[in-house]
Ligand binder design. Structure first.
Ligand code: CMX
Length: 136
């Protein structure tokens, strides 16, 4: 995969309004963007820590993946996202190595990135996202 860095860590929360003050007032980070990703049934809030971002995820639908995650496991780390180049080829290579893909081809995620998820059952329990910023 040769990721260049951890693009972001996704954290499932019940409420952005309740969670944002911890990141701003306690950790001293700045929320620079709030964005709804309809396709993923989430509202997101982003913070930068160096090159890596924290993405808070609030579900917009009780049947969405983040709502289901919170129902089953509670609030907490939901996924880890790696920045890669050539995401299509990287997905093909992962599949060849026996990794179960959630997305067989990339789709558009928050901040206009091309994204694709690998199933946590074949990544040792961590929902893993590949991201590519095609604008760079
Ligand atoms: N991390 C680790 N394990 C997870 C998980 C997560 N985030 N979400 C679910 N699981 C586990 C479940 O607990 C379950 O484990 P057990 O069988 O041991 O109980 C297993 O994975 C499979 O769960 P499932 O019930 O079969 O599948 P779900 O319907 O819960 O779907 C998943 C799980 C990962 C396939 C689904 O959430 C998905 O497709 N996720 C990708 C999209 C997404 O998460 N979008 C939200 C974020 C979007 C963004 O960042 O913008």
């Amino acid at each position: 995969m040769e990721p260049t860095h951890i693009e972001h860590i996704g954290i499932a929360v019940k409420s952005l309004d309740d969670a944002i003050p911890f990141y701003e007032d306690v950790l001293g980070l700045k929320c620079y963007s709030i964005e709804e990703v309809k396709d993923q049934k989430v509202k997101t809030a982003f913070f930068k820590v160096g090159q890596t971002k924290i993405e808070l995820l609030e579900s917009t639908d009780p049947e969405g993946p983040v709502a289901k995650f919170i129902d089953k496991r509670g609030q907490g780390i939901h996924h880890m996202a790696f920045s890669v180049s050539g995401i299509k080829e990287k997905l093909e290579r992962a599949e060849e190595k026996g990794v179960r893909l959630i997305d067989s081809k990339p789709r558009k995620g928050a901040e206009g990135l091309d994204i694709a998820f690998l199933h946590p059952k074949s990544t040792f329990g961590v929902l893993t996202e590949l991201c590519e910023d095609k604008t760079k």
